[in-house]
Design a protein around this ligand. Sequence first.
Ligand code: NDP
Length: 487
Amino acid sequence: MQMFQQYIDGVFEDGTARFDSLDPATGKTWASMPEAREGDVDRAVKAAQHALWAGEWPAMTATARGKLLYRLADLVQANAQRLAELETRDTGKIIRETSAQIAYVADYYRYYAGLADKIEGATLAIDKADMDVWTRREPVGVVAAIVPWNSQLFLAAVKIGPALAAGCTLVVKASEDGPAPLLEFARLVHDAGFPAGVFNIVTGFGPTCGSALTRHPGVDHIAFTGGPSTAAQVVRNSAENLATTSLELGGKSPFVVFADADLESAANAQVAGIFAATGQSCVAGSRLIVEASVKDRFLQLLKTKAEAIRIGAPLDMSSEVGPLCTRRQRDHIESVVAASLAAGARLVTGGRNGQGEGFYYLPTILDCDDVAAPSAETELFGPVLSVLSFKTEDEAVGLANGTPYGLASGVFTSNLARAHRMIRRIRAGIVWVNTYRAVSPIAPFGGYGQSGQGREGGLAAALDYTRTKTIWLRTSDDPIPDPFIMR
Ligand code: NDP
């Protein structure tokens, strides 16, 4: 059994209590994790507060902060395979995906390393002759970063990178489901040489650890990724400490296919868009909206491809789809698929658990045309594609915008003018045209509506971890005149 530790104020420690982590491929315990409770969270936030105001970190130049981030990026790259194996073991995400994704995570740290000394204030053309006025961008303060289990090194990087570049300090809370890779990542932060207290990491349960962190009076900003109902709880908690929040939440992302699209290419993108990461992806293209005239042909292509997917052990490089992260998640998917079939949805393929003790669920396609199937309306976070069809472009737009979410979307067409019309009309933070699931540290990422607020990635994300200080400097040698006239 492997033992993992939390990291507070530069020290690795066991935590107040411990809990077991299950291997999703076997359903058996494989590791022991530290469980942070209120006292651990309090120590972590106080360490971050201290490091923000005293010692090496606030005295460091932005260029020096950037150099530490470059060192961290190199360590992530050098250790990518080991981190990938831990993530695969603890969450069930297949090794093909974790190894490619974590190697790319290093580039996110490099991007923010380069930005550290490019965060600038402004000199203002102020309307007073005897004043110089300028602004400084200062760190927003202590950041609580909360992430779910899926793609956690990536989701944490888009918070940790800009926060450290801006000079903030952090307490990261890893999900209780599969925290191994993030706890191990703390060792790289330590080895990179960040001063004690700048980066702290705990894991534990939402109602205890997560809640204690998000309402802690020492937290200035909460960067949260997770589901909308937890986000509502986090925002309620932030009413106690008046921390600012950024929320990256779930989605029911529409994948719109017009009859004039390259159907083979669209089908490959759709299969990857919904079945990669076993559907446990916030941007999963889980709501296919296909033009009625090509629906049967497109469904046949998808069915053939879905049934050819190699489902297998997550650590096996040839596996294309692995298990779900938790039994709870698989049970949830089973019940929503059953409810959708009961509502009249037609099963195209899948619709049942995989074999063995692990938390496997087969790639599933449900034809939900003309039925009120819950699978087509709510996020499942699993390998289930719901299919709807349209006859006109207006209908396609109506269906694409027909959920309270608005994270991502895909449009497949060979008509350039139509692509531009769809880009304008779809209410989502991301529109992919003739592609799907592309991401980059350079491109902003985030949602509309129930999919959240704020953006991660890109320059603006680094600025979100700053607050503005305005400086007024009087340039006149004359004494200050009558104090009751404002100038
Ligand atoms: P949850 O909302 O259940 O959990 C997210 C995180 O919040 C976990 O670390 C969880 O801890 C923690 N948490 C739970 N309760 C509280 C609380 N009261 N206070 C503070 N923190 C709390 O999400 P899931 O783990 O189920 O993750 C899946 C969701 O995340 C999906 O909706 C998915 O779409 C979304 N997501 C969004 C992304 C985006 O970028 N937009 C990217 C990836 C996922 P614990 O696990 O220990 O309970």
